[in-house]
Design a protein. Structure first.
Length: 110
């Protein structure tokens, strides 16, 4: 039985969040949470909250044994971008894209 958590429009670049997501894909939940706890990246703090949310969702279902859960799927999709302007030399301007992400975590029993 699966448990799922989704968080949308998080202000982190999908590319940077995927670096952290690749570290925990396929691991048991307690190992994944421990890995995220000691990873010094912004994405680790965000992903830890999402995994804990999925774990809380799983604990609401009595058919799921929380101790045997592992990270079945974790994917990060791009969200909307905030477009900003940076003034440059000679009257020009360049665009700054402040990217956001949609994060989905699916936990399943072994």
């Amino acid at each position: 039985m699966e448990a799922k958590a989704v968080v949308r429009n998080i202000r982190i670049s999908p590319q940077k969040a995927r670096l952290v997501a690749d570290m925990i894909r396929g691991k048991q939940v307690d190992t994944a949470l421990n890995t995220l706890k000691f990873t010094p990246k912004k994405g680790a703090r965000i992903l830890r909250k999402v995994v804990e949310s999925a774990l809380a969702n799983a604990s609401q279902n009595e058919a799921i044994d929380v101790d045997t859960l592992f990270v079945k799927k974790i994917f990060i999709d791009g969200g909307p971008m905030l477009k900003r302007i940076r003034p440059r030399a000679m009257g020009r301007a360049s665009r700054i894209l402040k990217r956001s992400s949609h994060i989905t975590v699916v936990l399943d029993e072994m």
